[in-house]
Design a protein around this ligand. Structure first.
Ligand SMILES: Cc1ncc(COP(=O)(O)O)c(C=O)c1O
Length: 400
């Protein structure tokens, strides 16, 4: 490998909530006393524990050499980098006018909802559900209607019958597709997306497609952009992307929408502008330009290999060593959504007990109940494999 995916980064003192979270932020988690001799293995919030591709730092550092940071305009190279990235990775032809800056994907989701819905309206989402949707949409007065994914032949699939019933019963006009799906890790196939979109078209619905995870594909899986599956999808979908998940740049802020329908594009851009907060930071612009490069592309190829190995290791480990724990192997993302229902019931252990025990031994995993998984725990595997092995070793010896 050309790039470094094995060094253990010291993140303490470097402003990372993954390790440095204040107790008020972490609620009860912060009150768990860690056993002596067990360092923190950060496996909750979705950022990565690898150094970024050097071309990102180089681009930012080069810009900081010039001693001016006044008002500026987004460079053409920024848009060109997105156009080329989208062509290379998603095989779509995006024009400059289809792209719009968004501070965050969730902010873009809310802006699109504000354009397409009235407060109090229902939105179709799949469950388990990304906790950010629950918070951001609930805070903004929308109601989420959950259509549970179901396990079929060892993978999570959409339940189209349930989706249709919920759409009709709740007069739903908007669906959010999370593609790939967080936290299940499903990478939707073209056929599944086409079928979902045909259903949405039948009821004249709009779609927000959150594709923040679209670059993080495991074991050779391929991403299909929702907008590419039909003419209806192209005209009725607001798609959101970002380099923040792919290249671990969340702290720099910056994402973007792609909208082909000019009316919808104008309305979402207008709505996003209303707060006067939706402004790009000049260094974030350079971060994207440093990421969406041939170096960034090679780094990403290596990252996908590393993450596939980590996921494969973890799933095999669970199957062979943790009886009562079930997991569906993710096809994308670096998250595992483990199901501990059988383990808890067989061993008369509560989810709270199990969950906090992980933290006690330094495995900072995430409570899946916030994602609508009653007995689930979400684990971030974007760490050097040695750390993943250490975490599972501790889970086997001390937690399960
Ligand atoms: C599906 C999904 N959407 C959005 C976000 C957050 O994006 P942003 O920080 O740009 O709002 C995340 C972060 O984990 C995510 O998993």
């Amino acid at each position: 490998m050309k790039y470094d995916f094995t060094s253990i980064l010291e993140r303490y003192g470097h402003d990372a909530i993954a390790v440095d979270m204040p107790t008020d932020y972490m609620g009860n988690y912060g009150k768990v006393k860690r056993e002596e001799g067990f360092d923190v293995i950060p496996m909750w919030v979705a950022d990565m524990n690898f150094p970024v591709v050097p071309s990102i730092q180089e681009a930012i550092i080069a810009r900081t050499q010039h001693p001016t940071f006044g008002y500026y305009r987004t460079r053409d190279e920024y848009f060109q980098a997105i156009i080329e990235w989208q062509k290379q990775h998603n095989n779509v032809d995006v024009a400059r006018e289809n792209i719009g800056y968004e501070n965050g994907v969730l902010g873009g989701v809310v802006s699109a909802c504000n354009v397409l819905l009235s407060r109090g309206d229902n939105i179709l989402v799949h469950s388990p559900t990304y906790v950010g949707f629950t918070g951001a949409l609930g805070n903004n007065g929308y109601k989420l209607i959950h259509s549970p994914l179901v396990k079929e032949n060892g993978i999570w699939v959409m339940d189209f019958r349930d989706m249709e019933k919920k759409i009709v019963d709740n007069k739903i006009k908007l669906a959010i597709m999370c593609s790939p799906h967080n936290p299940s890790g499903r990478v939707w196939t073209k056929e599944e997306l086409t079928k979902a979109m045909a259903l949405f078209e039948k009821y004249g619905m709009y779609v927000i497609s959150d594709e923040i995870w679209s670059d993080i594909l495991l074991n050779g899986n391929v991403h299909t952009p929702t907008q590419s599956v039909s003419e209806y999808a192209r005209e009725h979908t607001v798609a959101l992307y970002a380099p923040s998940k792919t290249f671990s740049l969340a702290g720099l802020i910056g994402s973007y929408h792609i909208i082909y329908n000019q009316w919808l594009k104008d309305r979402v851009s207008k709505e996003s502008s209303l707060s006067h907060y939706n402004s790009q930071n000049v260094l974030s612009m350079y971060a994207l330009m440093g990421a969406y490069t041939p170096e960034g592309n090679q780094w990403l190829e290596e990252l996908k290999e590393v993450l596939s190995e980590n996921i494969n290791y973890a799933c095999d480990f669970i199957k062979n060593n943790l009886p009562g724990v079930d997991v569906v192997k993710p096809e994308g993302t670096y998250m595992l959504f483990i199901d501990c229902e059988k383990y808890c019931k067989d061993n008369n252990v509560t989810m709270d007990e199990l969950f906090y025990k992980g933290w006690q031994y330094g495995v900072y995993w995430q409570d899946g109940r916030a994602f609508h998984g009653r007995y689930n725990i979400r684990m971030n595997l974007a760490l050097p494999l040695s750390r993943v092995k250490e975490a599972f070793d501790r889970l086997r010896k001390y937690v399960f």
